[in-house]
Design a protein around this ligand. Sequence first.
Ligand code: UD1
Ligand code: UDP
Length: 372
Amino acid sequence: MNKKVLFVFGTRPEAIKMAPLVKAFQAASQFDTKVCVTAQHREMLDQVLDFFEIIPDFDLNIMEPNQTLNSITAKILLEMKPVLDTFNPDLVFVHGDTTTTMAASLAAFYSGAKIGHIEAGLRTFNKRLPFPEESNRRITSVVADYHFAPTQTSKDNLLRENVAEDSILVTGNTVIDALLESVEIVKDLKHPEIDMLKALLQEGQEVLLITGHRRENHGDGFIQICEALKEIALKNPSMLLIYPVHLNPNVLEPVNRILGMIPNIKLIHPLSYPAFIWLMNRSKIIITDSGGVQEEAPSLGKPVLVMRETTERPEAVEAGTVILVGTDKEKIVRETQELIENSSKMERMSQLHNPYGDGAACSRIVAFVSKL
Ligand code: UD1
Ligand code: UDP
């Protein structure tokens, strides 16, 4: 009998990183594969499902405006139960560190299913940074049976927590599988959002791409970030700063208030994944607090300034393609200006190697699970 496999995810980055894996399992005839979305994100999740042509078998549709961690957790725990009872999976795959990941893992654990954790073992060793993701990830590690670690560093973190070595597989990050596959598609893609981006840009104009959304940066952190971006825009009037603004109201409000009227800052709606890849490729520098963007940008040869005090992704910092700039206004401005003005530093950062994978993570995971 086919092994029953259930994928559960809910936010934009989980969907991007799970999409190539869902496809790989659907293509392998020895599995009966189903997809459950919590829809912790609605619009930003649907953008990804549309691009990868994934139709969920179960949709919990839990998102509400300005939702709390408690409501996300409680709804998922309750609403996963009938899904797990109906499908009765042998293995439930969760991804990363969101509240969907943590709550779905717990629900799967209570149901008795085995749990496979994709992108396991990342740690900052500070349970409140990033908040709540570091603790979500650790809780998931406790209940997971199989740990798919993207790098040797993440495997070592798990070994230090006494996770059994034969339950860990170093895979590379599935984000690189998604990226390499999509970069090819984007080359020839006719897409209205890409046309819109082209219309914003003058021939040869340099682009600074910005994204930001972390909960620990809400409030004062975002005000500092926005003030820094305003100063960078004023110092570099020929550059265009493009910021696809995350739909979280705690992000939208300060970003629109502080940056809404600056002529060389364009605040736009979150982009669909192919348009975002196109824009990363067209950018000179990327400034972000995103986890996924930190992993993707080095593959495209783009230097990244990360607006976080600490990162659970130290590999690219060590490789030199990522610089941590925190959320202090002066530091963000200083480091960005240095990169803009110092072309040899810029050149060096653009040519370094990506430590996050080779695009074969999904096939490694399928091969491992096939032998269970
Ligand atoms: C969530 C994850 C975070 C991940 C991020 C990726 C948690 C606690 N946080 O943070 O780890 O890095 O997603 O983007 O799991 N909203 C919409 N439409 C959407 C998406 C969000 O309107 O399509 C708004 C809603 O008002 C929602 C709010 O954003 O309540 C916050 O969404 P939520 O998933 O709770 O937090 P994020 O900051 O998106
Ligand atoms: N992304 C996207 N459109 C955007 C901004 C980002 O498709 O407008 C993609 C990006 O390529 C990356 C992922 O979303 O794969 C990162 O998501 P996010 O920053 O929301 O979450 P994090 O990675 O920090 O958890």
